[in-house]
Design a binder for this molecule. Structure first.
Ligand SMILES: *Cc1c(COP(=O)(O)O)cnc(C)c1O
Length: 354
């Protein structure tokens, strides 16, 4: 096992931070001064180091490019009003990363590299967390197969990296969502529960077709009947009927177990709402809509926290939602933002101090 102090650090000679306009940050475009890199081979992780952000030198035969053994995570770091930096629930992403790794026949990464390495990297690039309200530092850990052999088999070598990207507020306009019934994202026994790179490539055509029709994203449905809803793009989905909040359960392994989803479930329960994690049939949601009981529909994810949905289309039936009377989704957005910015009590110990 690698102890935190074993991570070698090579610093940049001059920071690039002064060249970045922190008030104008397209998502995922700018990266901080340093990155963490670790290599896996002969059954162990080694050469873990933090070094200047730089290109990788890779052979065209790189296994990940051919057969897709590639996984990632998305996490955010924040600064509170006193300038103290925190990472939001990194241990949960660490666990999920290793669940993804195991499903993709990739080696698990030790906590000393994933969490401690991340902490050291962010300590070094702390100035890259914009000290501007609602800004944060997006953390992207990822791993890929690095054998330079094009035989179809699990790779013997892997690379694990962490890169950091400063991000601005994610104003997400209420979304128009198309309930997908032609394409499938995930089926039981598949890789839907893993943050595997191929899941996102496989989803792009359906999303592009929905965009052509004026929709922002698709709401995926089950592979057999296209009736049970799964999730939206990179967000989990919630429905509010009366005082009850309903979200698809994780049982069938077709849905990504979102950290924001879990945070919302925990906080809603704490606020006195009834939470139901269960199969969600689109016809039941339509019935509730027609009866005037379906009040709110929203997505949860690290990037936008909470994204409200103003239109949900299933075949020719269009459900419209007027945000003015919404309670649950705005309350959750406010609550999560307040915890992440250190303005509300961190009752569940989610803020990990750097
Ligand atoms: C990352 C992701 C989510 C949201 O997970 P968070 O941990 O809340 O960011 C939901 N669905 C998919 C498919 C995702 O990739």
């Amino acid at each position: 096992m690698i102890a935190a102090q074993d991570i070698k650090i090579k610093k940049v000679e001059r920071s690039r931070l002064a060249e970045i306009d922190l008030k104008n940050l397209p998502f995922g475009k700018f990266f901080s001064d340093h990155m963490l890199v670790s290599d896996y081979g002969s059954g162990e992780w080694k050469n873990t180091e933090i070094k200047p952000y730089q290109p990788l030198l890779l052979q065209p035969s790189l296994a990940a490019l051919h057969y897709g053994q590639a996984i990632f995570e998305g996490i955010k770091a924040y600064k509170d009003e006193k300038g103290q930096a925190y990472i939001f629930r990194p241990h949960d992403n660490f666990k999920r990363f290793n669940i993804s790794a195991t499903r993709m026949q990739m080696p698990v990464i030790p906590e000393e590299i994933f969490v401690e390495g991340m902490r050291q990297l962010i300590r070094l690039d702390k100035e890259w967390i914009p000290a501007i309200p609602n800004h944060s530092l997006y953390i992207r850990p990822f791993m890929f197969a690095s054998d330079e052999v094009i035989g179809v088999k699990p790779s013997e070598h892997y690379k694990f990296l962490i890169i950091l990207s400063p991000t601005g507020p994610y104003y997400s306009e209420p979304m128009r969502i198309y309930v997908e019934e032609k394409y499938t994202r995930a089926a039981p026994g598949g890789v839907g529960f893993a943050k595997a790179a191929g899941n996102y490539g496989g989803a792009m055509l359906a999303t592009a077709e929905a965009r052509k029709q004026g929709y922002d994203q698709v709401l995926w449905t089950d592979a057999f009947e296209h009736k049970y809803v799964q999730e939206i793009g990179t967000m989990n989905v919630f429905f509010v009927i009366g005082n009850t909040i309903i979200t698809p359960d994780l049982e069938s392994g077709t849905i990504l177990n979102g950290v924001t989803r879990d945070s919302a479930i925990t906080l809603f329960t704490d606020m006195g709402y009834i939470i139901e994690e269960r199969p969600v049939h689109i016809d039941d949601m339509i019935k509730a809509y027609k009866a005037g009981q379906l009040k709110e529909v929203f997505g949860t994810g690290t990037a936008a926290t909470i994204s409200m949905i103003k239109e949900l289309r299933y075949k020719d039936f269009v459900m419209n939602f007027d945000q003015t009377g919404w309670k649950a989704a705005p309350a959750m957005k406010q609550k999560l933002d307040a915890i992440r910015l250190g303005q509300a009590e961190d009752k569940f110990g989610w803020m990990f101090k750097i």
